[in-house]
Ligand binder design. Structure first.
Ligand code: PMP
Length: 453
């Protein structure tokens, strides 16, 4: 393989997602293969997959059972449309998903990405009220600092300024309520932050419930917003408020679903059963682009009727419900069952907590936030005051580049280093990743401080 040619073409003709191409040109990386929790580049260098190939890999790469399931499906058919016709693995997967998701959810609407599963949730919630003749309910409520994907509908219910500001003229307006984070609240107290956020939500619902179609929130953890966890009882209270004010409760499990937080779905931490739930990422074990929006019979029934009534849900893409993806998802979920993977992941999370306590002793590590195997390590200039390094120094980004040199991949979120290893990482893999993170953070943050002194 001509590696020089690959580099040249990747820089000349490709445009990578969520990537400043100047950064890519300065530090290009071309992956060629993977095995278990390791990825290999075109030079044969190996990297531990510290971010589960963007938060979705579950069992590591090239898991035999999933590879075989895809090959077997290939012997039957790769794809046929789901528009007006079901296919075998999509039916089998729907049955499985309904068994796994909270009680009350009975209908699966497939799509290809997390963002699309959110677009569907938005359109579904909006049209639910239209179909019921309650046509003023057209608005959505979200939590500040939320992230639900990058398409226009999804950014309209998201509020991470750096990703969304430039598109503001394209977006529809949503209401945003403060996220109940102790670290952002002036009191520094979680209980106060929670009470204030709930009070703001109640006031908004009291004043505007007649216009509000749905509330959409990430499940327990704001991921892309920097790994911020909801206080206990908060999600449950949101569910109750939505019920009281006849607002659809939409919970986004794209990042948190499939064992990531130590439960199959993060709503289980609170015993919540939303009206609409979005799932993606880990659904195929990180193999193929399948996502789904799961909802109740109540929502489904509002769309059911004679064609003339115009209640049909007008959504569906060319590759919706792809057979290879559904076959991969079925094999993935079978491994979850066979290996008791959710319980195993919860135990590994406890182990990771200890490893992160070690990392927390570093002078430039601030808060470390974790739920299950979803972790964020905040890099700070001053540990006592939590003052960050100036954003333009990109300290966390540079730390991840150093990690790459040391043999591990991840991506930062601002000044937060994401640590989301595959659920099937061994204890030794986790040890190795922790050693690399510790060394890289130590070197990069100190290098800056030495330079200043
Ligand atoms: N919702 C949440 C909570 C997410 O974290 C993400 C992606 N990180 C998305 C939606 C979008 O998913 P996708 O990248 O598959 O479109």
């Amino acid at each position: 393989m001509d590696t020089k040619h690959l580099y040249e073409i990747s820089q000349k003709h490709m445009w990578l997602p969520f990537t400043q191409m100047k950064d890519y040109e300065e530090a290009p990386l071309i992956i060629e293969s993977g095995e278990g929790v390791r990825l290999k580049d075109i030079h044969g260098n190996e990297y531990l997959d510290g971010y589960s190939s963007l938060w979705l890999n579950v069992h590591g790469h090239r898991r035999l059972e999933i590879d075989d399931a895809i090959k077997e499906q290939l012997d039957r058919i790769a794809h046929s449309t789901l528009l007006g016709a079901a296919n075998v693995p999509s039916i089998q997967l729907a049955e499985k998903l309904i068994q796994l998701t909270p009680e009350g959810l009975t209908r699966v609407f497939y799509s290809d990405s997390g963002a699309e599963s959110v677009e569907i949730a938005i359109k579904m919630a909006y049209q639910y009220w239209q179909n019921k003749g309650i046509t003023e309910k057209t608005k959505f409520v979200t939590l500040a600092n939320g992230y639900h994907g990058d398409t226009v509908g999804a950014i309209s219910v998201g509020s991470i300024d750096i990703y969304h500001r430039v598109y503001s003229a394209l977006m529809f307006n949503s209401f945003a309520v403060p996220f109940p984070s102790a670290s952002w609240h002036p009191s520094g107290d979680e209980q106060t932050a929670k009470e204030e956020s709930l009070a703001a939500m109640r006031t908004l619902f009291e004043e505007h419930h007649e216009q509000i179609a749905g509330l959409i929130v990430e499940s327990m953890v704001q991921g892309a917003g920097g790994m911020h966890m909801m206080p206990a009882g908060y999600l449950k209270e949101l569910e109750r408020l939505c019920g009281e004010f006849q607002i659809l409760f939409i919970v986004d499990e794209v990042a948190t679903g499939f064992g990531r937080t130590g439960k199959m779905f993060a709503v289980e931490h609170e015993g919540v059963s939303p009206d609409i739930m979005t799932i993606a990422k880990g659904i195929t074990g990180g193999y193929l682009p399948i996502a789904a929006t799961v909802t109740t019979e109540e929502v489904y029934e509002a769309f059911y009727g004679d064609y003339k009534e115009m209640k049909t849900f007008f959504h569906g893409h060319s590759y919706t419900g792809n057979q290879l993806g559904c076959a991969a998802a079925l094999a993935n979920l079978a491994i979850f069952e066979k290996e008791n993977l959710v319980e195993q992941a919860a135990r590994k999370a406890e182990y990771v907590k200890k490893l992160l306590t070690e990392i927390n002793t570093l002078p430039h590590v601030g808060e470390i936030r974790q739920l299950g195997l979803m972790c964020g390590i905040e890099i700070v200039k001053d540990k006592a005051t939590n003052e960050p390094f100036p954003a333009e120094e990109r300290t966390a980004y540079r730390a991840t580049l150093r990690m790459r040199e040391l043999g591990m991949l991840t991506r930062p979120l601002g000044n937060v280093i994401v640590f989301m290893p595959p659920l099937a990482s061994s204890y030794e893999d986790l040890d190795e990743m922790a050693v690399i993170m510790k060394q890289a953070i130590h070197e990069i943050s100190n290098e800056k401080v030495y330079a200043e002194n």
